[in-house]
Each structure stands twice: as C-alpha cells, then as structure tokens.
Design a protein around this ligand. Structure first.
Ligand code: IVH
Length: 669
C-alpha cells in the first residue's frame, strides 16, 4: 500500500468532517450534496479495499456495530442535577433575592439561554476524542447510548478548540425540529406504526432504540450548553466563556444567549422569547438563567436536587381555557358539513383564537362537548388551534349533550351520512353555499384562473340571478355586469375578458375545475394524459378509469357518478357551446425528454416553489411522486430536506441539488 493512499484517506476524512460541520452545525454547506456523497463513497471504497486503515473516528463509521440487547449503565463522575423552576416575575424575583443574599455584597450577572425541550445527554471527550455518551438517567447513573449519539451528524468525533483538560464532559440536549417530527409521524402513520405525541417523546423514543441503523434514520439534532472538567471553577471560567468555547470546539450550540445585569433585563428577555417561541423551528419550554461566574456558582452551591445558581423560567403552556359559545356548521363545495366551535376570543401563542374546527360529529361525541362548556384549547406544532378537552369541573348542571342537526344550515336540505363515512353531507342540488363554493373553485388560481372573479362578486352574481352554475359565466353580458352595484365599466370589461381568456385552458385544468369529488390536480392531470378529451372521460367505464395511474376505485366511481347527473351534463353542455377547449392540445405531447422518469422533490428551492418545479418536470413528460421508493429515478433536494433525502441515500438514488436540477431542465428545454 502506498503512502499516497493513507494520505488520500486522511484528506477525505478531514474534508468530510469539515463539510459535516458546515452542513449540520453551521447550516452553511459549501459543496453540493452529490460532491459530498461522492467523497464519502470514495472513502468507503478505499476502506473496503484497505480494511486495516478503518478507524472508529472515520466519518463512514457513524453507524456502527450490531444491535445491542441493552444499554450498559454509566456512573456520572459528577451528578447531573436538574433545575428548579419559576413561573412568574414574582417567583423569579424570589430566586434573584436568594442569589443576592448568597453572594453578600458582590455584584453578579446572569446569562440567559434557551431551554431546549428534549432529552439531556452527557458527552465524554478524552484528549479531544468522543469516547462515550450517556443519558442523564436519575442524575447519578444513566444509559450508555454512545452508538446512538454517534449517528447524530453534528456530533464531532474530535474537538477542534484548545483543550482545557484531558477529560471533558459536555452536556447538551438531543431534540427534533417540529417539521421533522411531523414528517416522521406522517411516515409512521403510513406504515401503521404508533404516533408520537410531541418532538420530545419522539426523541426519547429514538434514543432508546437498540439498533443504531434505525436511530440514524431519525432526524435527531444536538445542542450543547454545559462543560465540566476537574477544576473548572478554580480556573476562572464563566458560562459565557463556555458557550464561546463550545462554538470554537465545533460542538453545536445555540447562539441565542444574552447576558443580563439584573432581574428586569431577565424579565425582558423572557418576554421576548415567550413571544417568539413559535418562530423557532424547535420547541423550547422556557429560558434557563444561570449566574455567569463559576466561582460564584460554586459559592452558591446546590440543594439536594438542583443548583442555587440557576433556574428554569418556564413559559406558560400553549394551553388555555375558554368558553364554547356555540357550534356552527360550515358547508363545503361538495356539500360536506363541518362543525366549527365558536369560542370566546382568547389570546393563545401570539394570536387571537375565535374558532376551531371540530372535524365531524364523532369528534364532538368523543370530547362530549356541550355548548356553554369551558374547553381546553391547545396550539400544536402545526399552529392550528385544537380543542383537546372539557374542564368538567366547570360544567353547568343544566348542560345537555350536543346533537348534530339533520338539516343544512344554508339551504335547509337534508343532511345524510353514508354508513362508512364520518362526514355528513348536504345532498341538495340547489344549496347556495355549495353553488358559491363550486364557482369559487372553478375560478380559482389553480383551476381556470379567472382574473377579477372573487368570492364577493360571485355572491353578487348569484344573488342577482345572473348565474346558477359555472357554465353561466360564459354567457354573461356587458350590460348585465355593468348594471351591478359597485361595478365600474372597466372592471366589467376586464372580467368578460378574463372569462373569455379561460376558454383555451388545458384540459387538465378544466377537469380539475369541474370539482368532481376526489379529483385533485394530480388526478386531473393523469386523466387528461390518459384520455384525449372530456367526452372520452365522460364515456369511460369504471374499469377503464381504474387502469389510469393514481385512479383507484373510489375515484373512478366518483367520476362515473359525476357524469351520470343530468344537471352536471347540462353544465358541461353550456361549456361546450361556449367554445371551451375540451381536448388535450397536440403540442403538449410532442417533446418528452423526461418520459417515464419519476422525480421526488424535497426541501426548499430558491428559484421556484416545489409546485412550479413539479410543473416543469411534468411539462417535459416526467412525473412527480410524493415519497421515495425504488421506483424513484431522481430526488431533487433543497435545504431542509429530511427523511426523503435519507431514504434516497439509502437506496442509492441520484440526488440533484437545485443547481444540478436547473441544469438538466435547461438542457431539456
Ligand atoms: S443547564 C445544573 N441549560 O432542562 C444545570 N439545561 O430541568 C443543568 N435544558 O436537565 C442544566 N436547555 O435537560 C441547562 N440551556 C440549557 C438547557 C437545559 C434545556 C434541560 C436539561 C435539564 C433540564 C432542567
């Protein structure tokens, strides 16, 4: 073996570690993913060829070893205390008073950090090398989860800064970002696995997995906030210096910390973060306030459970009580009726909440909601307020269970609930709300995109009996429009032009605009591609429809039902007579460089939205899928890409960054 190979391996390892740091810790990658992957593969190949050169700290060795039967116990050299809590300015002033008294006349300052809501871990470094990682456990004894922690890509195997002692203990928190957590739950739901309640539980669950290969696929992150070594207090350290040192050592740690000279500054900082917490991509449940100077920390010392020099100032939970004033029913375009809670307005996580969806009558029953109840309202990771229960201690003895009405609030028509569905529907043919919504849908940006036709104007047209379905739009006259209240001449002209301009819209848009139940944009596109005209769609049998990609039995039946309604056929006839294009244009099936190729888009792109990127792929004859599988040909990954990217790597599917994607788009104009 030549020295060149040893050198090459060393260079690759050094570079790969550096790029992991740039990507996972600083979020500032310098090279495209494929270049990184290529280097990683080269290193893997060299290590396969020269197994004697493999070492545990190689970036190829993040996932190592076999699943274990259990985690060995670790005795922490200094016990890992937890923190006392305060919940209000008064309680913090009490804490501050005790600090002041403890330190006599000395001046002191606080450092305020974010309190990450994750799982506490202790990392042991010997001579700068990561040798062991453990959970906090009961503070004295934890689990040795070294193999799991090694899979976290921002955890450095080797520290970069000058070492203040041969043995260092770094303490931090493993956590999951909310978006990644949601993606994980979506994937678990698809697999039929149980769901995690919140990112913290998902993190705890992941760290307990005995197979590091599985752990490596969980989107775990690390942030460090403490350092301990023999004699640290005597060496004149302070917490602010620790946080700076952590950065230099290339350990991931938050830059969101501030020094505070007194309690009122602490209060301001707490308020700022409490207001901004939902803007952070991860959960924090408060701020941690520490006396900055370690010598002073040592003098203040600790009680049996927690230090006297630090406390957690907890935020109010994103849960609040309010009054349920009523339940209203909302009618959708397809007649689906959704009950909505009308609430006494309350401020929750920075916004005023007046209403919350209750989804369906089963949900109301499950919660046993009664009008006049005091309900618990919570804002989950997804920002949508949700009623999670009733404070039954505050329930009036006169309250009665809620009964779902059996008539449509908009038209008085009967509501029906098919046995296998949870949703009630208004099946009336002339329900004004359904009419309004179906025309709004027809005119919407992603359907026919009629400029100048918004909900207010649609309502006006319906109320003046100028339209009774979207087919009538194409027969509106200038005189009719200019006769409407608040309608300027110019607007009437523009609207007529806007409507006329939609006659040439592609077939897939027209199919989508019809508002057939279960036919979204993707299905409409698939239908337009497989069938050359609206009349062939109309004539197609359920079995034929089911042959089309993305069309299952439910969709096929829904299409057939749509075309067997005489009122729907009347509307289509109006559209045909008005001269709408009802055939797929010839030009679009000419050039198809991406024919048969399936793309998956993940993460964010700069040049355009994912939707626009999808259009470009489709325009070239390719298709776009929502999840990565062995059928995927390319994955286009932007920043923030998560599990899909991991899956692609795992399956060895070519990954394109935005620049590479743009190149192949341009090459295939
Ligand atoms: S310092 C002795 N700093 O909160 C002080 N803890 O209940 C040790 N935590 O167990 C903790 N962010 O898991 C500290 N910036 C931060 C923190 C933090 C989150 C967690 C940690 C600890 C718990 C305290």
């Amino acid at each position: 073996m030549s020295g060149d190979i040893v050198k090459r391996i060393e260079t690759l390892r050094r570079e790969l570690h550096r790029h992991e740091y740039l990507y996972y810790t600083l979020n500032q990658p310098e090279i495209p993913d494929e270049v990184f992957d290529r280097m990683m593969r080269e290193l893997q190949q060299l290590e396969e060829e020269y197994p004697e050169l493999i070492n545990a700290d190689s970036p190829t060795q993040r996932v190592g070893g076999q699943p274990s039967a259990e985690f060995p116990a670790v005795h922490h050299p200094v016990s890992l205390l937890s923190l006392s809590n305060v919940y209000s300015p008064e309680e913090f002033l009490d804490f501050d008073r005790r600090v002041r008294e403890g330190l006599g006349e000395e001046s002191y300052r606080y450092i305020c950090e974010l309190k990450f809501d994750g799982i506490a871990v202790d990392l042991r470094y010997e001579h700068g090398r990561f040798v062991r990682g453990a959970t906090r456990g009961d503070g004295e004894v934890g689990d040795d989860i070294t193999v799991n922690l090694r899979t976290i890509r921002s955890l450095p195997f080797q520290l970069s800064a000058e070492l203040p002692a041969p043995v260092l203990h770094v303490r931090g928190e493993v956590y999951m970002e909310r978006e990644e957590f949601k993606r994980l739950n979506v994937a678990r739901e698809a697999e039929g696995a149980s769901l995690f309640a919140n990112p913290r539980n998902a993190t705890g669950g992941a760290l307990k997995i005995l197979d590091p290969r599985v752990v490596a696929k969980r989107p775990l992150k690390l942030t460090c906030y403490a350092l301990w070594f023999e004699g640290i207090a005597a060496a004149g350290w302070r917490q602010s210096r620790v946080l700076e040192w952590l950065q230099r050592a290339h350990l991931p740690s938050s830059r969101d910390w501030k020094l505070a000279e007194n309690a009122s500054t602490v209060e301001q900082i707490r308020q700022q973060w409490e207001a901004k917490r939902s803007e952070l991509p991860f959960d924090i449940d408060g701020i941690v306030i520490k006396v900055d100077d370690f010598a002073q920390q040592q003098r203040l010392a600790a009680t049996a459970k927690s230090p006297r020099w630090a406390t957690a100032y907890k935020f109010k939970a994103h849960r609040i009580e309010t009054l349920l004033n009523g339940i209203t029913l909302q009618v959708g375009r397809t007649g689906a009726v959704t009950p909505v809670a009308e609430l006494e307005p309350v401020l929750l996580a920075g916004s005023t909440i007046r209403r919350a969806t209750l989804h369906n009558s089963d949900e109301i029953q499950r919660l046993d909601l009664r009008i006049g109840d005091v309900v618990y309202l919570e804002k989950g990771g997804d920002v949508i307020p949700k009623i999670i229960g009733v404070n039954v201690t505050k329930r009036s003895s006169e309250s009665i269970p809620y009964v779902m009405p059996d008539h449509c609030p908009a038209c008085g028509g009967e509501l029906v609930r098919p046995e296998d569905e949870v949703v009630s529907r208004c099946v009336s043919l002339n329900c004004p709300v359904q009419l309004q919504k179906s025309i709004e849908h027809f005119a919407s940006r992603t359907a026919m995109n009629i400029e100048g036709l918004g909900p207010k104007l649609i309502q006006q047209l319906i109320e003046n009996n100028l339209i009774s379905d979207f087919g009538d739009l194409y027969y509106l006259t200038y005189d009719q429009l200019s006769g409407l209240e608040r309608m300027a001449q110019k607007s009437a002209e523009n609207l007529l032009q806007g409507i006329a301009a939609t006659k040439e819209r592609p077939l897939e848009r027209l199919i989508f605009a019809l508002g057939i139940r279960h036919v979204g944009r993707g299905v409409a596109r698939a239908l337009a591609r497989s069938l050359p005209s609206l009349s062939s769609l109309q004539a197609a049998k359920v079995e034929e429809l089911q042959e089309i990609p993305d069309v299952g039995h439910i969709i096929a039946v829904s299409i057939r039902d749509f075309f067997s309604s005489s009122s729907n056929l009347d509307v289509i006839e109006k559209l045909r007579k008005a001269g709408l294009r009802m055939e797929e244009s010839k030009s679009s099936d000419g050039f198809k460089p991406f024919d048969g190729k399936t793309f998956v888009l993940t993460g964010s792109l700069e040049t355009f939205t994912r939707e626009q990127a999808g259009e470009k792929i489709l325009a070239r004859g390719g298709s776009v899928a929502s999840s990565v599988s062995s059928k995927t040909d390319f994955v286009v990954a932007g920043p923030g890409a998560g599990s899909k990217l991991d899956k692609a790597r795992e399956l060895g599917i070519p990954i394109l960054d935005e620049a590479a994607f743009l190149q192949i788009l341009e090459a295939n104009q």
